[in-house]
Design a protein around this ligand. Structure first.
Ligand code: FES
Length: 105
């Protein structure tokens, strides 16, 4: 099963197994990753699933609604690395993905 590593706010790492087909916000919340709330349930309307992508994986392009939410809501957006985890579906190609949790959501 592919894995995702989350770098937590305190600098520690949490590596978890990720089910193919789940979105990454679901993977994080099902595994109680601190700092990923997923308040809107994955409807791209809260930005409490914001992360910085630290690995070099090729992710799907940012859709217009994700871009709008990142611009308007995500705290401490990093133009190159910020993504909303609810908009990324886990695949085998994302095995080993590394995501950093922002200081604040
Ligand atoms: S869970 Fe709300 S935008 Fe991702």
């Amino acid at each position: 099963m592919p894995t995702i590593t989350f770098i937590l706010k305190d600098g520690s790492r949490q590596t978890i197994d990720a089910e193919i087909g789940d979105n990454i916000m679901q993977v994080a919340t099902f595994n109680s990753v601190p700092g990923i709330d997923g308040a809107c349930g994955g409807f791209c309307s809260c930005a409490t699933c914001h992360v910085y992508v630290e690995s070099a994986h090729q992710l799907p392009a940012i859709a217009e609604d994700e871009e709008t939410m990142l611009q308007g809501t995500a705290a401490e957006r990093n133009k190159k690395a910020s993504r909303l985890t609810c908009q990324i579906i886990m695949t085998d190609a994302l095995d080993g993905l590394v995501l950093r949790i922002p200081e604040r959501q």
